[in-house]
Structures are given as structure tokens and as C-alpha cells.
Write a protein that binds this ligand. Structure first.
Ligand code: 4YB
Length: 467
């Protein structure tokens, strides 16, 4: 378990199971021993460029073998890693970098054209020049494994303002992984596809579960359906699973899927399980290092109970969480700022309730709006719409209205052979008058571009120019 490790997990595995396959990337396979050796050399290469214990290193890139290896090697060098979504526009990225002031930046994506803050030195991915050398243990300082050191700063996908950087210790990350491994019985005999980005907690969660279990990590090839064939576990957001189920063939090896990141429609789970894919529902956030609650999916609407090491409380209809998987704070201006209250609780901003002994997530507090004096929770309408078999995605946004204050507008992604009018007619019967969308639109293509979820803020801007 988390606290029983006394070295970086890949070094432990290289001792205990050197020949077992640690990861697969296309045709390439690395054993734990080979992985540990490559990381040792990369770590050396980073140290020679000046990375030391406590350095803050921004790591910009989409998922790839190089990104993963750089990440782990930087951790071994004692650095704190700040993964960056390469799709972040410079208007967000530059103020962020000025606030976080990384010491180094390794850019594995299309290089940025804007100037970096002067304090941030560029790093290069260690090339053959470093890799052909035997690591010089005598000349470089091996960072000591400390489970209470900050490993990562992960940006929140906050709906307004600049993202915040949640700082997690190795301990919190491994403890989070332990709860999920236990829930899903993920062990050394299994493989998990790195199906979500490493700059998001959902992708990072996969890495820590893999390392903790000593299992096999599979880096995706395109398309997703093919990548999924070669592994037994995957993490998916509901839209990915919808798309997968619309393919004619089911991925051969895939047995277990952890769903999360958004409301999980019961119909989706039923259809997936009918094809032999077992589903688990998860609820989590950046601040909680992914999954807080989880369960084997059934036809009930909840997300299960708190996993080991986590606690949930409902305070004024809001979900509060506590426990050792929480971030140590938000990193800003060179120090940690607390994210919990005096009792250690973190207020999530999600509304929820206990229902049949499970947590039920009802939507974000700040998505609520009023229409003619009635409270409209967009997620309640969305989940109703998602019950229609032809609705793949639904977003409800408020549209300003002189008489009502605001009225709901529906943005949908539909199965190819369905029409918006039919959904509108069907929904009329099921919704209260103040919940009925006054406009029905098709979600713009690529609305989830790059990120794993839709941005309501961006969609609201898109809607505004169409009024
Ligand atoms: C939900 C929700 C739910 C989150 N119902 N709203 O490893 C995993 O747990 C995992 C597996 C597959 C896909 C995603 C994940 C995640 O980690 C998701 C974590 C995440 O989305 N973090 S976030 O900070 O970007 O967003 C958190 C917010 O997302 C929450 O505050 C909720 O509003 C929403 N959310 N799971 C309904 N099951």
C-alpha cells in the first residue's frame, strides 16, 4: 500500500518483478527493469540540465511515451511536475505561468510562439547524448523517495477565472489509487489504457493505479476502439463510451470501464454491460486526485459511497469531502494556500444528496439560474434529456429574457437519424413548464476540443452571438 513503498514505485518493481511487462506503446514493450533503467538515464539527463529536488517543471504535451517517461523521470529527479494542456490558449497560459513561475518548461507540443516568463528555463528531452551514458550515480544526487513530498500541480478546470493548481503529495496520489484498485480489483495481471490526458486527474489516476498495482499500462493508438482491444481496463467519460458502443464491434480484451467526469446515464451503463463490458461509476475532482466515490454500476442513479480514506458530508445540499487523498493546497506565488476549512473539509461546489445509501450528484451550485422565480438546475434537465436513446450529449444554458430573467436553451448531440423537433416534443411531456427549453440547437462540432469536458463558459459565448 501507499505508505509501504520505500522507493519510487518503478524502482521497487524493477527489484521485485524485473521481467514483467510494465508498459506497451504500439509495438514497443518495456519491462519494469528496462523502464527503471530508462528513467534513471532520463533523470540524469534532466539533472544535468539543472533540475534538482524541489524544482517546479512545467510539462506541456498530449499523451505520448515521451511525455510519460519525462514525467516519471522528473519526479525521480525530485521535481514537482506541472502538466499543461497544449490546447490552453496563451491568454490563459501566460498569466498562469506568471502566477506559478515554474523553474523549467519541457515543451513536447507545438512550440509556443509567445515569450515565456524570464524565470522559466527551457528544458530539452534528454537525447542519445545523455541516454548512451551510464548514469553517474556518484556525480548526481538521487532524489530520495519521500511519500510526503509534493509530486504534481494539477490545474483545475474552474468555470470562471484562472485555473488553480492543486498540489498533491505522492502519498495522496497513491492512496487515491489504492481505493480504486480495491474497488475494481485491479491487480498485476491486468492492463489499463491511458485513455485520458495526463494533464487531467483522470489520466493521472490511471498512472498511479498502474504503478501501485505493478500492472501494465497501455498507451493508446488511434482509433480509440482499436486501442481498447489490447487492454482489460479503461477510464472513459460518458461521451467516449457512447461513441464506442456505436461502433459495430466490441473491443476484444476490454472487460472493465471506470466512468466519471460527468453525470453517467443509466441507459449508457445498461447498454455497455449488455455487450460484456462491466462498468464502474466514479465521482471525483482535481482537488481529490480523481475518484472519491465509486461503485459497480447498477441501474440506480447514485455514484456509490466514499472509497477507503475519503469522507463525504452534505452541508446545505453541497458535497463536502475530507481525507488523505485531498490536495495539500493550491500553489500560487511560491507557496501553498489551504483549500479546506478548519475541520479539513473541502467544499466542492457540487450539489448532492444521500439516496438509498449512495451519493447522488445533482449538479454544480454555480450552474443554477432562476426563470420567472423558479430555480432551474441545468443538470436536472440534461439528465432527463439524456434518457432519450438518441441523445448522446445535452447541455442546458440560460438565455437572458426580459420577462422571465432567463430561460433554458438546449444544446444537443443527437444520433444521426434523429431530429431536434422530435426530442423537443418528447421532452415537453416530461418537464415542468419553467424547465422547458425555449430553443433547441445542435452542439457545435468539437465543443470538447482538447479537454475532456465541455466548457459551459465557451458554449455560453457561442450562444450569445446566435441570439
Ligand atoms: C460529476 C461526476 C459524476 C465528476 N456525476 N458530475 O478516475 C476517475 O475518477 C475518472 C474516470 C473516468 C473519467 C473521469 C474520471 C475523473 O477522474 C473525473 C474527475 C474530474 O472530472 N475532475 S474535474 O476537476 O475536472 O471536474 C470535477 C467535476 O466534474 C465535479 O465537481 C462534478 O461537477 C463533475 N463530475 N464526476 C456528475 N459522476
Amino acid at each position: 500500500d501507499a505508505h509501504l513503498l520505500n522507493d519510487f514505485p518503478w524502482r521497487v518493481r524493477a527489484q521485485t518483478m524485473p521481467a514483467a511487462i510494465a508498459l506497451r506503446a504500439g509495438k514497443e514493450q518495456l519491462s519494469w527493469q528496462t523502464l527503471a533503467e530508462r528513467l534513471e538515464r532520463l533523470c540524469n539527463g534532466f539533472q544535468q540540465q539543472g533540475v534538482t529536488c524541489g524544482s517546479l517543471v512545467a510539462l506541456r504535451g498530449n499523451n505520448s511515451l515521451s511525455l510519460l517517461l519525462a514525467w516519471l523521470a522528473l519526479l525521480q529527479a525530485g521535481a514537482r511536475v506541472l502538466p499543461l494542456n497544449p490546447q490552453l490558449p496563451s491568454v490563459t497560459l501566460l498569466p498562469l505561468l506568471r502566477m506559478l513561475l515554474p523553474d523549467f518548461m519541457l515543451d513536447l507540443a507545438e512550440p509556443l510562439t509567445d515569450v515565456m516568463p524570464v524565470a522559466t528555463q527551457p528544458l530539452t528531452f534528454p537525447t542519445a547524448q545523455w541516454l548512451n551514458q551510464t548514469p553517474q550515480l556518484a556525480t548526481t544526487i538521487q532524489a530520495l523517495w519521500r511519500s510526503d513530498a509534493i509530486a504534481t500541480l494539477t490545474l483545475t478546470s474552474g468555470s470562471t477565472g484562472l485555473p488553480k493548481a492543486a498540489a498533491h503529495t505522492f502519498q495522496a496520489l497513491l492512496l487515491s489509487a489504492a481505493g480504486v484498485n480495491q474497488l475494481m480489483n485491479f491487480n498485476a495481471a491486468e492492463s489499463w489504457l491511458l485513455s485520458l490526458p495526463l494533464y487531467h486527474v483522470s489520466g493521472q489516476g490511471i498512472v498511479w493505479r498502474w504503478l501501485l498495482a505493478g500492472a501494465c499500462l497501455v498507451l493508446p493508438v488511434s482509433p480509440l476502439s482499436q486501442a481498447l482491444s489490447g487492454c482489460s481496463f479503461a477510464s472513459l467519460v460518458p461521451t467516449q463510451l457512447w461513441r464506442l458502443l456505436r461502433q459495430p464491434e466490441r473491443p476484444a480484451g476490454l472487460r472493465a470501464v471506470l466512468l466519471g467526469g460527468a453525470a453517467i446515464p443509466a441507459d449508457l451503463v445498461t447498454r455497455a454491460q449488455a455487450t460484456g463490458i462491466s462498468c464502474w461509476c466514479g465521482y471525483g475532482l482535481t482537488e481529490s486526485a480523481a475518484t472519491v466515490c465509486g461503485k459497480r454500476a447498477d441501474n440506480r442513479p447514485g455514484v456509490g459511497r466514499a472509497l477507503n480514506g475519503r469522507e463525504i458530508a452534505i452541508v446545505d445540499n453541497e458535497i463536502w469531502i475530507r481525507g488523505a487523498t485531498l490536495a495539500s493546497g493550491y500553489w500560487r506565488d511560491g507557496r501553498l494556500w489551504p483549500l479546506t476549512n478548519e475541520q479539513g473539509w473541502f467544499a466542492t461546489g457540487d450539489l448532492g444528496r444521500w439516496h438509498q445509501d449512495e451519493l447522488q450528484v445533482l449538479g454544480r451550485k454555480d450552474n443554477l439560474f432562476f426563470s420567472g422565480g423558479e430555480a432551474v438546475q441545468p443538470e436536472a434537465i440534461e439528465s432527463l434529456l439524456m434518457q432519450h436513446p438518441a441523445v448522446m450529449q445535452a447541455v442546458i444554458l440560460p438565455q437572458p429574457d426580459d420577462e422571465w430573467g432567463a430561460r433554458p436553451v438546449a444544446l444537443l448531440t443527437l444520433a444521426a437519424d434523429e431530429k431536434l423537433e422530435n426530442i423537443a416534443a418528447w421532452a415537453r411531456e416530461q418537464l415542468a413548464s419553467f424547465q422547458r427549453p425555449v430553443r433547441w440547437l445542435t452542439l457545435p462540432e468539437g465543443a470538447a476540443r482538447g479537454g475532456i469536458k465541455l466548457s459551459r463558459q465557451q458554449l455560453a459565448q457561442w450562444l450569445q452571438v446566435r441570439q
